[in-house]
Each structure stands twice: as C-alpha cells, then as structure tokens.
Design a protein around this ligand. Structure first.
Ligand code: AMP
Ligand code: ZN
Length: 711
C-alpha cells in the first residue's frame, strides 16, 4: 500500500469504528459484530503504529470509547477508568508474557473471566454507598447512583472493618435468564427486544426513571480497585478476598498461575466453563497478582500494562436464509422468522431464528437468500448477527411484512410507538390455538395431554372455540376423536381421560396460574404472582382497588410516587382485559362454570412477637447455624439484616468479634448483645436451642409459636 492508500484506510477504519461506537454506546443498538469490530481495531492500531506520522490522539483506538448521556449528572474518575489491551491469539499472549518477564520477576498471574457487561464504579463514604457511575469516556461518566441502588447485590452499607472511604470497580450485567424473560416481556408488549444481555444491561442502567431499572434483573461482579481505600492490599487476591468479605459479589472462578503454559491452560478451562456462569463472558483477563509491580509496569493510554484481555472467538456459524415466514402469536403479534439452512452452533442444530419485527429486518438489511452469520444471543437464543454482504449475488429478495394476517386473512395494524404489527381479529384461529396452548402450558394450568397437535385439531374441528370450553367438553366422545396426521387415523383414546383429569385439577389451580393462563399482554409468571399476592379471588380483579391504586400512583409526580411491585403497564393490561368484550364474556363464563380461583395462602407477615420491627445483625461465631437464628428472629417479628445500619436495634455478637465492630455499632445506636440475651429476648430464655453440652433443659417450652416445626 502506498502512503496515500494507508492514510485512506486509516481514515476509513476510524470512521467505521466511530460509527460503531456511536451505535453501540449512545444508541445501545449495535450494528457490527464484536469480531469485526475487534479486527478493525487491531488493523487500525497496527497501521497507526507502523505509520506514526498518521497517529492522532483523537483516533478512536487511542481513547476509551463510550460517551456520556444527557440527563445524568457527571462524575470524574480519578484515576481514569481504563480499558484493556486485547489479544485474540495465544501467540500474542507469549509476547505479553515475554514483556512482563523482561520487566519484573517473582510474580504470579491471575486469570479471571472477562465479564461482558457495563463497567461501573461504586464509591462508599463512612460505610455507605454514596455514588455509582458508568465508565463513560473513561474520565467522565454518568452518575447512576439511584439506578445502581436498585441492584440488590450491590451492598448499600459496608461492615465496620471496611475503609472509611472506598471506591471499587467492576461490571454490571444482566443474567442470561433475566435477559430471556425481559425480551419475552418486551415482545409481548409489542416493544423492541434487546440484542443481547449487555445491551439490555446498558439500557437498564441508563433509565431516567429508576423504577424501570428496579424491574430489570441486574447483578454485578467487582474485580478492580478504585481511587480510594485499596492501597492497603499487597495483592489482587487479598483485595478480592476483602471485597468478598465486605459483601461484594466477586468472580465465581479465578486461577493463579506462574507460567505461560499454565496461563494458556487456565484460559482454555475458562472457555469450557463459560456457559455455566449466570453472566456472559467474552474472554479472560490476565493480571499480575502483586500490586507492587503496577507502578513499575505502568500503563498506555488504552489500558494498564499489568493486565491483558484475551478475547474468545465468538461462537458463530455461517448459514443461508432460505425463507422468511411470519408467525402469529397468542396476542396477535406477527413475528417474522428466518427459515435457515440447518447448521450446528454451540451444541445444537439451528434451523430458525426470530427476526423480531419489520424494523429489525430493515436495520440489519436481511434478505431472503442472504448468507448470514448466526450467533446465540445471551448464549441461548439463535440470532442473526450480520449479513455477509460480499456473498450477495443480486438474486436475494427483500422481505415485506404482510398487510393481512397470514392465518386468518384479517386486518393487521401497527400502533404508534410499537414495533409490532398485530392481527386485530379476535376470532383469529392462530390466536385461539396459541391461546389454548398457552392456557394449558406448564406454568399456566398444566394440562399435559393437550400438546400442539391436539390443540390444532380441537381448534380446526371447531370443538374448542375458547379455552374455557375445556371445562364443558364431552370427554367420552373425545376418545373417538381422530388426531392422526396425513390421512392416518389415530384415536385420541385414553389420552382423553388423562386430559379430563388434568382439566379437573386445573379447577383448583391457584389464582396466579389462572391469571397467567388468560394470556394478558405484560402479565408473565412473575407479574401474575405479584398481582395474585394482593388478591384473594379471581373475581376481585375487574374492580380491584389495588390495580386502580397502581395506576393512580403512577399519575403522581416525583416524591409522592411510590415504588410498587406491580407495574403500571401490567395493572392497566389486566383492567383493560376485563373491560373488553372478550374479558367480560370470559369472566361470565367462568362464573357459569363455577370457577373462581383463589390465591394460595400468603405467608403471614408477623406484626407481633417480642422482636417486632427490630433490625438484627448476627456476627461472630455462634453455637448454632446463623440460618436457624435468622428464622427464630423472623418468627419473633424481627428483621434480619446483613450489616449494621442506623436502623439496627441489636447486634448479636458471638465469639471472636472485634472491638471496632461493636464500638461502631454502638455509635450508630445499636445495642450489642450476646447469644444468651438473644434467647432471652426471643422468649424469656425459653427458646434456647440445643447446645453441644446436651439438650436444652426441659423447662424450655417453645415460646415462639411455630418453633416446634422448625427443629
Ligand atoms: P473492552 O470493554 O472490550 O474494551 O474491555 C475492557 C473492559 O473489560 C474493562 O473496561 C472492564 O469493564 C471489562 N472487564 C470485564 N471483566 C474484567 C475483569 N475481570 N477485570 C478487568 N476488566 C474487566
Ligand atoms: Zn389473524
């Protein structure tokens, strides 16, 4: 390449990377696969290194990518939150190892999972979480304290032995399971689905309304020191041990190794394990354990010289989109699906992948006949990563969303603000068949005998016109029903009896199962449980003051608005269902059939007992497992906390508890008591559990009512 060509290529790569960064960080909508992105980055770094005259501080590979978002207060990171230098080949690791050995000796490497999430800084003052921030551009990030505070696993307070002032850094992520569930919810609501758990996590953290963040399944892994409080640690391993002790989630796997060979083996082992973690990983991070070498080794503009990321090649497969079909879901949503030439990917054969909606197809420019790269989003859902445009022949066809329902021929419509196209014909058989299958699915009423084929036949032959018809079927007659395929006669026979038994059992299913079974948009298993917990009977739902209250609460402004477990979308959807003609009819029919499912009995919240409302923290070694004491405290109305706060009434100190801990607790107004005193409080010394010296004295009749059931 001539100098001119090199310069042109550099410019082109910079533009490509900048655009990809914008799509990824600002729009949370990636347009290139990770592999391509990394290759561009590598090529650009190499060209810039080989042609220093074209080096530019503003080059996207010289600064940390990721912008700051409007609407958030800004936080300055000191020291900056750096990225990591990356390697994709074992040979490059040898170079890294050689460089380290040339510079220092007497060190250990630690190999950790490279968590594929969103980097985060957490700052604590006087043992309290005071600030959470994103990496942003590395120097300035977004203040997302309110949102991070909704993540259950982030400690809000630290134990007394943690530094007064502490900053830790790590990664926030969305669990794989949570991602799949969230996307199902998004799709059911006609909203855009997230491309992968990392995007879903980024989108969740950058919410201006933290109630949205609170509803998302987020978690963190902490793996780095921040600017304060971590200087005392001589090694990374000591630091991680302390983090763990202070209540921070840390990586579930790490390996300490001495040689390049061991490092390489650890990286392979981690790759084998990658699917077992609740988070996605995109590689391994190799660090030097001894922190005294960090200054010696220093850093580049991109990342520290004492650490290196090793990126795994993403698992992907090439295939061809043979057709694009359209499915009609239970709620009437039309979903385009790519019918693929079957191919193996990460352990299974894949022949279809959802394309989500018309916008997504346009955005990715997927055409019928295209060669595509297939990946698994969140490691589970097959997804088209990108089109291999070089392989286009010109014969590919652009897909168009049908203007009528492919099942019933009825009208379809696309509501404003939704990406989904829906069939609006309530009598659409696709919807009835799906509704019936859903009604009988495992998490709904669990009528196993009604598989896909049976549901088809019952709907096709007009035997079932509504799921509730199951409760008034002639099961004797159903034995003779022909359920064979392609002209072959097969009788339903004994399965009809199984079905009747299951349908009878469904009459007694609890309210949450029934509510889920109805198939209301936005009402998944969890939401149905939350709503059912607030109602005694199904028939209470249409006029529920609780659901109306949720909607009223949502109309309030600012501080007056409470964070409620039931989301406003769900409350609206349930009320709308019962107001619709179909919903009214459905409820009337249930009443005719004598069906009014009730809630499973709630676990009583204790409003009385010797410890009512008292926050209690257990510490030190106790003569009984903590879990047992925790149960006793809860039965007595107390609240078990993990760390002392100003709301803690009692610190129950077992043996070997340091004076600092107890003094700190006292300073917060907490009473420090021993085990014997706790037992007294639990019931005049009566509830003394057995100790190693023998059974408790006979006089210790259980003072806590249900204690007898516990032991
Ligand atoms: P990248 O985002 O691909 O530039 O990779 C660098 C990022 O990896 C860092 O900024 C961290 O957010 C992230 N990372 C994930 N896991 C780790 C880990 N165990 N140690 C250090 N960084 C990590
Ligand atoms: Zn239809």
């Amino acid at each position: 390449m001539s100098k001119q060509e090199i310069k042109a290529r550099i410019d082109e790569l910079r533009k490509l990377i900048e655009k990809a960064n914008r799509d990824y960080y600002d729009l949370a909508q990636p347009t290139v696969g990770d592999r391509d992105y990394d290759l561009w980055e590598q090529e650009l770094l190499r060209l810039e290194d080989e042609n220093p005259e074209f080096k530019d501080e503003a080059s996207p590979v010289r600064k940390v990518a990721g912008g700051v978002t409007e609407g958030f207060a800004k936080v300055t990171h000191n020291p900056p939150m750096q990225s990591l230098d990356k390697t994709h080949a074992k040979g490059e690791l040898a170079d890294f190892d050689a460089f380290i050995r040339k510079t220092i000796s007497g060190f250990t490497y630690v190999v950790e999972p490279k968590v594929d999430g969103i980097s985060l800084s957490l700052r604590y003052e006087n043992g309290r979480l005071v600030q959470a921030a994103t990496r942003g551009n590395g120097v300035i990030g977004d203040d997302i304290t309110a949102n991070a505070a909704t993540i259950a696993s982030i400690p809000k307070t630290l134990p007394a032995d943690a530094p007064q002032s502490l900053e830790v850094r790590g990664e926030a992520y969305m669990t794989r399971e949570g991602f799949v569930e969230l996307n199902a919810r998004q799709a059911a609501a006609g909203l855009e689905e997230f491309a992968n758990p990392r995007n879903a996590c980024a989108g969740s953290l950058k919410q201006l309304d933290s109630r949205v963040t609170a509803s998302r399944p987020l978690d963190v892994v902490i793996y780095n020191a921040g600017g304060t409080g971590c200087d005392v640690f001589a090694s990374h391993s000591e630091m991680i041990a302390a983090f763990r002790q202070w209540g921070f989630p840390v990586a579930p796997w790490s390996k300490y190794v001495k040689t390049l060979e061991e490092m390489s083996a650890a990286i392979d082992e981690l790759q084998e394990l990658r699917h077992t973690f609740s988070f996605e990983i995109d590689g391994a991070v190799i660090k030097i354990d001894e922190r005294r070498f960090y200054d010696v080794l220093g850093a580049t503009a991109h990342g520290p010289r004492w650490a290196r990321a090793y990126k795994y090649a993403p698992e992907r497969a090439e295939t061809i989109v043979e057709a694009i079909t359209v499915q009609v879901g239970r709620t009437g949503i039309l979903t385009p699906v790519a019918e693929l030439r079957p191919t193996d990917l990460a352990g299974s054969t894949i022949s279809r992948a959802t394309l989500h909606n018309a916008d997504q197809i346009v955005r990715q420019d997927i055409r019928i006949g295209d060669h595509v790269w297939l990946v698994k989003a969140g490691d589970v859902i097959p997804a088209i990563d990108s089109v291999i445009t070089e392989k286009r022949t010109g014969a590919e066809k652009v897909f168009e969303m049908p203007t009528v329902c492919p099942v019933c021929g009825g009208a379809v419509e696309r509501l404003e603000g939704e990406v989904a196209t829906r069939c609006v014909n309530p009598a659409c058989p696709a919807q009835l068949q799906r509704r019936l299958e859903h009604f009988c699915s495992r998490n709904a009423l669990d009528v196993k005998a009604l598989g896909g084929r049976i549901a088809d036949v019952l709907v096709e032959k007009g035997i079932v016109k509504d799921p509730l018809d199951l409760f008034s079927l002639d099961y004797e007659g159903l034995r003779r029903l022909d359920v064979g395929e392609e002209g072959q006669v097969r009788r339903f026979g004994k399965n009809a009896d199984n079905m009747r038994v299951a349908v009878e059992a469904a009459r007694k299913m609890p309210l949450d199962r029934w509510l889920f079974a109805v198939g209301i948009p936005n009402v998944g298993v969890t939401v149905a449980k939350d709503i059912a917990a607030e109602h005694a009977k199904f028939s209470e739902l249409p006029n529920s003051p609780v659901l109306k209250g949720v909607i009223e609460n949502d109309a309030l402004k600012g501080k007056e608005r409470k964070i409620l477990k039931i989301k406003v979308e769900a409350a609206k959807a349930v009320l709308a269902f019962f107001e619709s003609p179909y919903g009214t009819q459905f409820l009337a029919r249930m009443q005719e059939l004598g069906l009014d499912p009730s809630s499973a009995p709630k676990e009583a919240v204790r409003t009385e007992g010797p410890l009512v409302g008292a926050g209690c923290v257990l510490t030190g070694s106790l003569s009984r497992p903590r879990g047992e004491y925790a149960k006793l405290i809860e039965l007595a109305g107390g609240i078990v906390q993990s760390a002392v706060t100003s709301k803690t009434k009692y610190l129950i100190a077992g043996a070997n508890v340091g004076a600092t801990k107890t003094e700190k607790a006292r300073a917060l107004g907490t009473e420090v008591i021993d085990e014997a005193r706790l037992l007294e409080l639990l019931g005049g010394g009566a509830a003394r559990p057995e100790t190693a010296t023998g059974p408790a004295p006979a006089a210790s009749a259980p003072a806590v009512p249900v204690q007898a059931e516990l032991f």
